[in-house]
Design a protein. Sequence first.
Length: 142
Amino acid sequence: MKIRDADGADEPMFNLTPMIDVVFQLLVFFMVATTFHDPERELEIELPRAESGSAVEAVPEELVINIFRDGSLSLSGRRVDHAGLREALLRAARRDPKTPVTIRGDGSVHHQDVVRVVDACGTAGLSNLAIGTLEASQASGG
């Protein structure tokens, strides 16, 4: 026979452990499912240093062209060849001829590769060009 406390009835208690477990699992799920990378910054390009200039905020409609050491290209994170680059630049120029274009070439890229990209931009009718560099303060740390 069960004997009750002198207080009278047992008070109900809430077990919060299962709820905390579910919340924790949801937190882990959303952290794993969310991407925390910037594809432009993860490319293997070592930008040259520049004394002048300043960091600019990325414009949402900006085109970013990366030129790799071997001369290959990527446009806004996707690998393209020169013909694909020209087609994409022509489409962008038809939408808005003032579309900003940032050219980010590896420091060891041949000058001809950069000239070829600048020429493709000019042929497409895009003249709002910028060359991507690192600030001089980042010269030692990168």
